[in-house]
Design a protein around this ligand. Structure first.
Ligand code: IPM
Ligand code: MG
Length: 360
């Protein structure tokens, strides 16, 4: 391929710049090796954008992402901006980005690397071999539903409101993504809701069941979210694809990440919109920002997902994934996945080791 692809790079806050820095080196190296040219431009988002421009998702960033072929994002947020008004917090930048691009389907694969089976806080026999794909709805639900906000009542006390909303259309399209993804995997979808209590998710269950009629080759099951949280810890191997709402997906994907050893391991791809967003599922980890300790693997794997989903370069995905396996097999670990007898390396060193394996 010879046409130049435009990548918008939004490092964000905390460890964002460090991990994105390493991921960019991987992007460039794979590009060089495969004769694929990238034109990368950086933009501001989150707290970094608030400091510069007063808002978390400036107009220039909006224009940049809309004119790109893919977005690589680090993380947003931090204590410095926590006391700001909700409307201009760093997280709003990320939600604004997702809404602007319309990336309604967030794919979060939780797959364990064999060599890390001992790094999890769970027993090896429980997690060995897990390969789960969480398909999280990303542009609807309680994150975006109206009405929302905090108002002061006549007696001076306050009332906070968020609203869980899903339309048939929104549920149909995410269900289709989940069934399509399952077709390329083990052909099992578990739809997670709270249909016993929340009417909105009763509709979710109904619509997913209806969409399933077009996917008879895929097995569909339903689970309440509380049970799903428990089953993820009890017997995670029962899951193939998990499809769920924005908020349940946010929570369950953090839980699923710990099955793989660390939240520093999980990448994501947000697709279905104008331009895809590729970002780790973890946050900006302000406690370790700037110390060179962060695990860049989730972000590097997000670049791998970009190759696969934005550019159809499945081989590049495998090249990166295999390089990571070899680095881990040679017993290199960032502090979050530290194991006895292993060499602990920092963010940059981990990045360099992965680059070396890709070169090899
Ligand atoms: C995630 C994050 C975000 C979310 C925050 C930072 C807005 O937790 O991507 O999982 O809740 O979606
Ligand atoms: Mg989250």
């Amino acid at each position: 391929m010879s046409d130049k692809k435009k990548i918008a790079v939004l490092p964000g806050d905390g460890i964002g710049p460090e991990i994105v820095g390493e991921a960019l080196k991987v992007l460039e190296l794979i590009g060089k090796k495969s004769g694929f040219e990238f034109d990368t431009s950086s933009g501001l988002i989150g707290g970094a954008a608030i400091d510069e421009t007063g808002g978390p998702f400036p107009e220039e960033t909006k224009e940049l992402v809309l004119s790109s072929d893919a977005v690589l994002l680090g993380a947003v947020g931090g204590p410095k901006w926590e006391s700001l008004d909700y409307a201009i917090r760093p997280e709003r930048g990320l939600l604004g980005l997702r809404a602007t691009l319309g990336t309604f389907a967030n794919l979060r694969p939780a797959k364990i690397y064999d060599v890390l089976a001992d790094a999890s806080t769970l027993k090896k026999e429980i997690i060995q071999g897990i390969d789960i794909m969480v398909v999280r709805e990303l542009t609807g639900g309680i994150y975006f539903g109206q009405p929302k906000g905090v108002e002061t009542l006549a007696d001076g006390s306050k009332k906070g409101v968020n609203t869980l909303v899903y339309t048939t259309h929104e549920i149909e399209r995410i269900a289709k993504v989940a069934f399509e993804v399952a077709r390329k995997r083990d052909k099992r979808v578990c739809s997670v809701d709270k249909a016993n209590v929340l009417e909105c998710t009763e509709l979710w269950r109904e619509v997913v069941t209806e969409v399933h009629k077009d996917y008879a080759d895929v097995e569909l099951s339903h689970m309440y979210v509380d049970n799903a949280a428990m089953q993820l810890i009890r017997n995670p191997k029962q899951f193939d694809v998990v499809v769920t709402t924005n908020m349940f997906g946010d929570i369950l994907s953090d839980a699923a990440s710990m099955l793989t050893g660390s939240i520093g391991m999980l990448p994501s791809a947000s697709i279905g919109g104008k331009v895809g967003i590729y970002e780790p599922i973890h946050g900006s980890a302000p406690d370790i920002a700037g110390q060179g300790k962060a695990n860049p693997i989730a972000t590097i794997m997000s670049v791998a997902m970009m190759f696969k989903y934005a550019f159809g370069m499945d081989e590049a995905y495998d090249t990166i994934d295999n390089a990571i396996v070899r680095v881990l097999e040679k017993d290199h670990r960032t502090p979050d996945i530290r194991q006895d007898g292993c060499k602990v390396v920092g963010c940059e060193e981990m990045g360099r080791l992965i680059l070396d394996e890709i070169e090899a």
